[in-house]
Structure formats: C-alpha cells, structure tokens
Design a protein around this ligand. Structure first.
Ligand code: 5AD
Ligand code: SF4
Length: 473
C-alpha cells in the first residue's frame, strides 16, 4: 500500500517499529516514545518490514551492545530501500545511549539514518520528526535540555501493557565507576518529584497494574522533592506508594550498595508490598579491584550490608552483577569474587566480561588489560557457580505455595506465565480469566530458569486448611 508523502502532523496512520536494546530504562523510554508519537499518527507494529518509522533504542554499556546497532542498521537499510522502491519512505532513527555517545558519527557510518537523539530529548520528538521529514539533512540531538522530559510527556498517555509496569523515578549517575559509560551517556543524577511519581503510579493502578518496578540507573540514590519541600529517599517513596489501594507489589532496580540507607533497609522489613527480591550489583569480591573500580566499598562492606538486610527480611532473595577480567584482575582477585558469591548465595545474577569503553578511566589502563581468553575462562567459572546457586534456589521452592502474578500467555495451549515474589518465571496450566491476577500456585517443578506448578483452587485450599486443622487437633 502506498502511503504518500504526508509525514507532517497528520491523522494518517503510520507504522512505528521500535527495537529496544539494553536495560529496563530503555524499555520504559521506548514506551514513552511510542506515547509521544501516537498523536502524530504512529501506531506500534512488531516488524520493521514496511514500517514508516524505525527507531533503534540503543545501549552503549558494552562493546557488543553498541556494535549490534550497526549490524541492525545494515539490515534496516535494505528495508528502507525496498520501501523507497515502492514509493514510500522509512524514517530511521537511532535513540538511546549509543546515540548520546556517538552523535553525528552514526550518520557518517550509516548515512541512511535520519535522526539521532539521546535519552533526554524524546519529548522533543514531534519537532525532530517534522524536521527530519521536511528538512534536507538529518537531525542530531544529544543535548541535556534544561527542562525535564518527565515534565513534558503527555500526561494521560502512559497506558500500561499488562499488570506489571515500570515506572522511571530516577535517571543518571554520579558514581563514576571507572568501567562505566552511564555517567557520560545519561548524565548526572536526577530524581522526579514525589507527587509526579505518585500520580503516575495511581494512574497505572487505575488501569489494572498490580506490580510496579521503580526504575533508575542508580534508583536507590533517589532524592525527589516531596510534597513537604524536602528531599525524600527511596524508602519514604516506597512507603507512600504502598498506601495506594490495589498496588500489590513494589520493586526497584538497579541499586548501588553505598546508597542502601537505613530507611530503605528498614522498608524491606516493614512494607509487605516491597517484594523480597533485591538486585544489588557488587561487580567483584576483591577489595583491590573494587577500589580500582571506584566502587567505594569493600567485599566485607557488601557482606555486612546483606546481613543487615537479611536481619530485616530473612526471606530476601538476592541478585547481582559481576564483571570478570577488569584491568589488573589477578587469579587471587578472581578467587575473592568466587568466595564472595559462595558466602552470599545468589538467587540469580548477571555476569559480563570486562569491555573497555571509550572515554572511561579503566579503558586507558594500558598494559593492565586482561587477556581475552582469561576473561572468558573466568566468566565461565563465575557463571557455573551462579547457575548452580540459581538451580539450588529454585529447588527450594518445590512444595511451597507462591503468589504468582500472571502477566503473559505461555507457548503451550492453556498455559499462563507469571512471576513469583522472587522474580522467577512460573508456568501454570490455568484458565485465561486468571490473566492479570495474583494467584496462589503450588510449586511442583523447578528448572534452571523457571518453576512450574498448579493453581491452588478454593477447593484445594479448603482441603489444605482441614488437613492443617487435623494436624493441630
Ligand atoms: N564492561 C563489562 N560490564 C559492564 N557493566 C557496566 N559497564 C561494563 C563494562 N565496561 C556491567 C556492570 C553493570 C551492568 C549493568 O553492566 O556489571 O552493573
Ligand atoms: Fe555505572 Fe552503576 Fe557505577 Fe553508576 S553506579 S557508574 S550506573 S555501574
């Protein structure tokens, strides 16, 4: 079908394909971009074929993530040419952190790109689209505008896709870990005002959302302005969110150990809606490497912090991030990492080979870069240990009854998929009407990455209750 040249602000329906790379902040941003483009006639589609606009929302955190963008742009170029041969036009945009870091360089490597814009600018999309479509050259926008995009996004647009939603409350990072590009691509820390967060949360809940994950590059550094004019920490924000009727689950990610303050630790023991699962990256177990990473904590600081958290919430399941082969990492340093993992015991975790990122201090540690083969071996060893811990953790669920929020349909007929409080995926044969509901599930199977079980019906609950009575009688 010919679309014609009408790319201005018209009511003509146009197809928008957004591909998201990287973290959950990008997932949230992609949804908001779709919200901003909706009034311009763009409707989301799930394939780039024949789309009127393709946005790659990119990640710059490791080299592999960045390079993926260029190979995808190569594929998109063919689709763009096909569309042009049909008399149409496909606008191609690169957004997110690669856009922020590389700016106009992207257009030099890939001249068919029409727009390059950073994570702080997507509220300006309507203007950028108009310029890109009408103007001669491409649009590059990597500003950190004085206004906050959060103040300018369409109010009622944030329509949730299901019962579990992300809510971005904080952006940027001032920690400057020496391996990390985030402080350069996302800028310095910014927290949204509490009232704005509460309003968005209430709106999500009014649309049926039962679970909210608060997002931020360093979310526990949250210090948004409260209604009292004072800066509120994340613990206080969580307590206020817990008062929203119908909001059953609260999570937050991702955090820095140094920003776990007393109030937040306390919230883990006192706010029932705050799920007993915490992603708290430690990166390494070696004090020498932690210092070189500018983490400003030791392995024992982390151990003590976990002890305090577990004292408040004994049921807490932990997740973390690890980097293997940071410049100068010795066998002993790596052994310290394995020891820390063994000491703590993680329910799940992510591990990565160190990737030198241009412009970061660690990338310039000449002569200290670890051999690729050694990085690989260490990555495999760390993953083996973490996988074993994950399997062991999942096994402990067998025979337990867990609350599961069904948020997806499974691949098999009649199957629903949901998440436990500990973030495990749980597969269950269940009627479709339970979609979006929080349901008690008796766990019968545990695998590397998921659990399975059956719904505890009213009937089985009564049986269980009468058994309990018999036992106690
Ligand atoms: N190399 C490898 N892993 C990295 N991460 C961040 N920067 C790098 C890098 N240069 C990892 C950290 C962080 C996670 C999001 O990505 O473990 O917590
Ligand atoms: Fe990067 Fe996280 Fe360190 Fe900030 S705290 S610099 S986002 S690794």
């Amino acid at each position: 079908m010919r679309k014609g040249p009408g790319f201005g602000v018209t009511a003509l329906k146009k197809k928008l394909f957004i591909k998201t790379y990287g973290c959950q902040m990008n997932v949230y941003d992609s949804d908001r971009m779709a919200d901003v483009l909706g009034p311009l006639g763009y409707e989301p589609t799930d394939t780039p074929d024949g789309a009127d606009m393709v946005i790659l929302n990119t990640c710059h955190i490791r080299e592999k993530a960045s390079e993926k963008v260029y190979s995808e742009l190569g594929r998109i170029r063919h689709l763009q040419n096909e569309k042009a041969a049909d008399g149409g036009r496909m606008v191609v945009a690169v957004a997110g952190c690669v856009a922020q870091a590389e700016g106009a360089e992207i257009m030099m490597r890939a001249p068919h790109v029409d727009m390059v814009f950073g994570p702080q600018t997507y509220h300006q999309l309507p203007e950028m689209v108009t310029r890109a479509v009408r103007g001669a050259g491409g649009v590059v926008n990597t500003d950190f505008p004085v206004e906050s995009k959060f103040d300018l996004l369409p109010e009622e647009s944030a329509k949730p896709q299901g019962p579990a939603a992300f809510l971005s409350v904080q952006e940027g990072c001032d920690k400057f870990c020496t391996f990390c590009v985030v402080p350069y691509t996302r800028g310095s820390e910014y927290s949204r005002p509490v009232a704005q967060v509460l309003n968005e949360a209430k709106r999500l809940v009014s649309h049926g959302v039962r679970e909210i994950t608060l997002l931020g590059q360093n979310v526990n550094a949250f210090h948004g302005e409260g209604p009292d004019g004072k800066a509120w920490g994340l613990g206080r924000l969580i307590r206020a969110l817990a008062e929203i009727d119908g909001l059953a689950r609260i999570r937050y990610t991702t955090s820095h150990p140094r920003d776990m303050d007393d109030d937040l630790i306390d919230a883990h023991g006192t706010v029932p809606q705050l799920m007993p699962f915490l992603h708290l990256p430690v990166q390494s177990g070696s004090d020498r490497i932690l210092a070189a990473m500018n983490r400003k904590h030791t392995g024992d600081d982390y151990r003590r912090l976990i002890d305090r958290l577990r004292t408040r919430q004994p049921d807490l399941a932990l997740s973390s991030d690890f980097i293997t082969g940071f410049p100068g990492e010795t066998d002993q340093d790596f052994a310290d990492t394995l020891r820390l993992i063994t000491d703590i015991g993680f329910a799940q975790a992510y591990s990565f080979k160190y990737s030198a990122r241009p412009g970061t201090p660690a990338a310039t540690l000449e002569g200290r870069q670890v051999d690729e083969k050694v990085k690989d071996e260490r990555l495999q060893a760390v993953q083996q240990l973490l996988n074993a811990q994950q399997v062991a953790f999942n096994q402990t669920m067998i025979g337990r009854t867990l609350s599961v929020l069904f948020d997806r349909v499974g691949k098999l007929e009649g199957q629903l998929l949901g998440r436990s409080a500990y973030m495990q995926s749980v597969y269950v044969q269940a009627p479709a009407r339970l979609m979006g509901q929080m349901v008690e599930v008796h766990i019968t199977g545990a695998y590397a990455n998921s659990l399975s079980g059956h719904v505890v019906t009213g009937e089985t609950m009564t049986q269980a209750a009468s058994r309990a009575v018999e036992v106690h009688a």
